[in-house]
Each structure stands twice: as C-alpha cells, then as structure tokens.
Write a protein that binds this ligand. Sequence first.
Ligand SMILES: [Zn+2]
Length: 329
Amino acid sequence: MAEATVELKDLNFAGDDRVVPFQVEGLDVRGRAVQFGPLLNGILGRHDYPAPVARLLAEALVLTALLGTSLKFEGKFTLQTKGDGPVDLLVADFATPDSLRAYARYDEEALTDAVSAGRTTPPELLGTGILAFTIDHGRGMNPYQGIVPLDGSSLEDIAGVYFRQSEQIPTRIRLGVAELLDRDAEGKPRHNWRAGGLVAQFLPQAPERMRQPDLHGGDGDERSDDQSEDDAWSEARMLVETIDTDELTDPQVPIERLLFRLFHERGVRVYQPQAVLDRCNCSRDRIKGVLDGFSAEEIEDSQENGEIAVTCEFCSTTYTFKPEDFTAA
Ligand SMILES: [Zn+2]
C-alpha cells in the first residue's frame, strides 16, 4: 500500500465548487466528481426556499454541473423538469466556461401537504412528468434536447436512464445533499448546505463492450440480462453504488479521497479541476430587449405605480424601468 499512499499525498485537492475530471484506465471509466460548499449557500440563500425544495434544487445543481462541465464547446447545458408534484418546475443551467444558476417553482399549499404527509423526497416533490436535458451550441444552431420520463425514480437514476437510452453510454450517477446547521458571526443559527456528486461512464475502446443490460420492457419482459454487462463496467458500477451521501458532502473528506477509495486498485487519475461559479447571465439590456417586444398595452399592464419591475427568477435581481422607456418605440 506504500505506493498508493504516495499517490494520495501527491494530490493537490481541488476543494469545494470545483469539478474534478477523472479516469480509471483499468476499468475504461471516465467521470467527474464535485463537492459544493459556498456556491450552494449562495444560490440557495438567495431564494429562501423551504428545505425540501432547496434539497431538490441542490441535487439538480450538482447534476447540472457534472454534466455541463463535459461540454467541449462554448454553449449551455440546461436541466429542466416539469411534473405534477408540489415542485412543478425546476430549471438549472450551466453556461461555459463556469456559470451555474437555478430556480424552482412550487405550489405552497401542495408543498405544505407533502411536508405534513412526510412525502418530501426529490421524486415525491417532482411527481410524474418529464426531465429534459438541452444542449445549446449557440451561434444560431438548433439546440439538442433529450427527454426522459420522471417516473418516481431519483434524479440520479433518471439521468442514468437518459444516458443509457439516448447516448448508449453505460452511466452511473450518485448525488448527495446535506444540511448542516452552524452559527453565523453573531451566533445565530444558520443553514449551511453542502452537496456533492459523481458521474462515472463506461467508455471502452471496443464499442461492442458497451453493450448494456436492456431496459425492462414492461409486462412480460422477464429477461435476465446480467450476463450482457461488461465485467469492468459491473465492477465500476458497483463501486459507485457503495458511495454514501456523507462521502459526497463531508467538508473533511475531499472528493479525491473518495475517488481514491473507490478506484485506487485500478489506477485512478485526476485531471485539472474546473471551477464552477454562482453566476447568472441576466442583464438590464437583455430584460429590456424582452420588454421592447411588448405592445403599448402590455407595457401599460406591466407597470405598477409608474414603474415596471422585473425580477430574474434565477438570481432574484430586480431591474426597474419606466413605461416611458418603451412607449417612444
Ligand atoms: Zn439573473
């Protein structure tokens, strides 16, 4: 084990809010892992969501960062859910090179009912509906969109299904969120959110090794498909499944240490981490551009006490305009 200890010591830990790409050559696995700290408190603190909604949004943010940082071009990756649960809309996007933002929309009454019934896991909050991943290359190209059903499974499982079905890439994702209570400088209790996640994908040289157990085909489909999974991928997948939420969120356990625990026997290598920032790309100009498209009547309807106030749903910044800014047009 002496050699392994040296490897770990040599690692320069990425720290919070930085996505760490990794590769496990012995298993033909590549992936990314991240732990969120200050970034998450920044985003969630601004919205003041009830804890179950904040937890759900944290999962979506981790997933978005893990997938968005894989873009190899300038563009944007968006995760969006629409469902019939108390949280009917969830949007998180990552714009290259480093900007992450998100918001959730929920029905207060339905959420209160769900909380009192103890039904507050992410799948219970989302209900059934769809999860869409959109990749926008910009420059006038059509965005690519993949859609998978929200069916009561966890976000990590649904995302795994997406990669299996749409990309034919065996993929296992783990997400974890923790709420720690600590105290601010004045000694007042304060929510301190942490979250983390890992995505592992099986990318062998030979495409025939990518063969996956088929998805269950519904009634009467009793095929046992375990035999068709590649041994290397079975091993990697099962290792990823041993990850505890604590390992993804504990500030004392750097994400590299988790990678080492999982994969050191197979030779895990980490690459330059990629910083992720709590940053929204909204602007006064952009919002004005939207209002410029309004008719005089719509402008009149939008104003209150001689002012049009537009609040960005992502970052809660409010931009105010005068109706006169538009009526001249
Ligand atoms: Zn904004």
